[in-house]
Ligand binder design. Sequence first.
Ligand SMILES: [Zn+2]
Length: 400
Amino acid sequence: MATIDAGRMLEDLYEAREIGKYKTGVHRPTFSADDVKARHWLEQRLTEAGLDASIDGIGNVYGRDPRPGRKLLTGSHIETQNHAGWLDGILGVVYGLETARALGRGIDVVAFADEEGHFTSFVGSRSFCGTFSEQDIDACANRETGQSLRDALRQAGFSNRPRQTVDTARYRGYLEAHIEQGSDLEDQHLRLGVVTGIVGSKRYRIVFDGQQNHAGTTRMSARKDAGVALVKFLASVEETFPKIAGPRTVWTTGDIKLAPGAPSIVPGRAELIFQWRDTDQAILERLDEAFHALLVESNKGPCTATVAYHSVTMPAIMDPALQSALTASAQKHASGLHQAMPSGAGHDAQIVSQVMPSAMLFIPSIGGISHHWSENTSDEDIVLGCRVFADAAESILATA
Ligand SMILES: [Zn+2]
């Protein structure tokens, strides 16, 4: 059985926490000076662990086991959201590092660049999987500073390097550990989650067109109030969705705008942004049909509702055999204290799962807090998670 060195693993996490430290968290946006420093720190750690380590042309830090035989890819990301937590991302990378050291062979470790989307989402994992083109790089700029991705890569010193892409024949699969970023585990007094799938989503921007008019002189019967049409439509969605949604489906009205938005003017135009998420594609589609039927109903009124924007992400199903290995290991180390669960947040595993079998392990987030500097997990849970991860990795490699 793999024996991890819990103290060494925690020391690595503590050390990384000092790079870009902010209160009890970390501020390490993609390709900032501290992020680049963290990438070099990791490259050094991977080298010390006996891996062939390098940073490629998109900023991915990649450590490869030079010994023969099929490998298991492990990892996550190491940049953070602004003023965010000390475990989001790096936990999965350090688990991979410790597992490589504990097993002594068969483990590759990767830290994918910009999972957090300072430029655009999943830059590193998409590049690694061959779905991020040179044109995609040209099209990206930092959402806050406007700096182009090309310029950021040049400034980081990575721009003249080749980009590494995955050799799928090399791998048995991909294993990623991550903090839960919700309170499901804590609420149920559980210590581990084995991820069944990562949610897909549908997102719409709907525009309602009516007739802008004087709020004092326009009789109610004569109005074409776009705001009223929007509110009635949303009420019909809120009535219908609970009847046809799955147990874990979530939906959100993220924004509403009325135009011109004045106290004495009947709104002539209204807009909403609405999204829903689930791991089950059939449920996503069922809600989509209902959503469109309700739009048709809405259009029987005095205003016109049209779809102005529509985007879709597909759910990613985690590999059953890799899930079983994680579950067996969780049962061995924490009998009855684990559950199968979906991930409501996006992770690199949803990209990697498109090219090879992938699975994820969650550990609890105290108070469910993440993307905030106060994000935390107990050392006991961090150590338990690493034990379960390393054991599962060993058993997966035994069947490779
Ligand atoms: Zn993350």
